[in-house]
Design a protein around this ligand. Structure first.
Ligand code: PLP
Length: 390
């Protein structure tokens, strides 16, 4: 059975070119980048070349890029260091953040007793920037605002520039979890006064275990892993040279093909919306995921019937899809994002599904998904005498 992969917001398959570049490093460039001999220096040059490439993409300086093991580590480092080293006493965030931000904020609240303010999303899943302004005006405490750029479950996008400007005007630090948007769109931090951001290579056809944190030079942030002076003492530990090179090659491919990939994925998403609307009466789309303004790689569907086994049923038909984000799909509880968006009746009677695309997704993949969903939904959908459905 040919399997179909529609869970690209969880992770993406590695590009061949990325594998080749990484294998080359594993075989040849095994030196420790901290060593002063030629083996070490070759490895060091590879890392610095990728740092320059990332910095050029974001229009920042190479010194503002710190390589880490993943998006989770980058977000942990930023939030924890803001509290531990920058005297942050209050965090303004939202209940829609990825677990690696939400749990880190909770942990800091428990350990350090800092104040946490949650901006409640509206029925579309959007955060109100007026609410943010009100909250920023309401306290003199040193504040960090942590709001994600694109929601990993419903694809809603935050206006990063406006949010960053508001934070700046009110003297707050601003961190954005940009894991779902890095390398998927143009991001210019010379124009957006964000202080901190995060990236994970496996979200754009790079390897797992490789990411970076963007840390604005003037911020004074420190690392949370102590040890050697790697990454200018911001992240101790011998660098994952092969992972960093993989990240660099994946970024290069994403940037080179960004327009073509974006156009292709947008057309596939449009096709998916049309196809599913035709075959499943009463289907809805969560948040802004079916709108042009959302992250183009994610479509969050609400099926008009309850079937907690749907992920498994699709998997048995060879289709990999998520019932939430990868980090919560294994859990029996619905995700926090869905709890924010759906009322009790929806919770009882509907099933959310996240379809996420890559440039490798084809119309045939979507046809197969539609066929499978049609079969699965048949017992749940009853046709009325007048041809409508209930
Ligand atoms: N932030 C967001 C929005 C994500 O979607 C993810 C991964 O799903 C992460 C952070 C965590 O990234 P990583 O898997 O690299 O730890």
């Amino acid at each position: 059975m040919d399997r179909i992969y529609l869970d690209n917001a969880a992770t993406t398959p590695l590009a061949e070119e990325v594998i080749d570049a990484m294998v080359q490093v594993l075989k040849v460039n095994f030196g420790n980048p901290s060593s002063t001999h030629s083996f070490g220096q070759e490895a060091k040059i590879l890392i610095e070349t990728v740092r320059r490439e990332v910095a050029d993409y974001l229009k920042v300086t190479p010194a503002e890029i710190v390589f880490t093991s993943c998006g989770t580590e980058s977000n942990n480092m930023i939030i924890k260091s803001c509290v531990n080293h920058l005297a942050v006493e209050r965090i303004i965030t939202s209940p829609m953040e990825h677990k690696c931000v939400a749990e880190t904020v909770m942990d800091m609240k428990k350990r350090r007793g800092l104040e946490v303010v949650y901006l409640r999303p509206d029925s579309n899943g959007d955060i109100s920037l007026d609410d943010l302004v009100q909250q920023l005006k309401s306290s003199d405490k040193k504040t960090l605002v942590s709001l994600m750029h694109a929601n990993n479950e419903i694809g809603n996008l935050l206006d990063l520039k406006k949010t960053a400007q508001i934070c700046k005007e009110h003297g707050a630090l601003f961190h954005s979890d940009t894991v779902q948007t890095m390398a998927h769109m143009e991001i210019d931090f010379s124009d957006i006064p964000v202080d901190f951001a995060s990236c994970s290579a496996h979200k754009f056809h790079g390897p797992k275990g490789s990411g970076f944190a963007f840390i604005r030079k003037s911020s004074g942030l420190k690392g949370i892993i102590t040890g050697g002076p790697q990454e200018r003492s911001l992240r101790a530990g011998t660098e994952n040279v092969c992972g960093i090179v993989g990240l660099g090659r994946a970024l290069e491919l994403s940037l080179k093909n960004m327009q073509a990939y974006t156009e292709h994925i947008k057309s596939i998403k449009e096709y998916t919306i049309q196809k599913l609307t035709q075959i499943i009466p009463g289907i809805r789309f969560n948040g802004r995921s079916a709108e042009e303004s959302s992250l183009y790689t994610v479509l969050s569907v609400l099926l008009p019937f309850k079937d907690p086994m749907i992920g498994l049923k699709l998997d048995m038909k060879g289709i990999a899809i998520s019932q939430g984000s990868a980090c919560s799909s294994g859990a029996a509880k619905p995700s926090m994002v869905m709890m924010m968006l759906l009322d009790d009746e929806d919770m009882q009677r509907t099933t959310p599904l996240r379809i996420s695309f890559s440039h490798l997704t084809t119309k045939e993949d979507i046809d197969a998904l539609a066929e499978a969903l049609k079969e699965i939904s048949q017992p749940f959908i009853i046709e009325n005498a007048d041809g409508t459905y209930r």
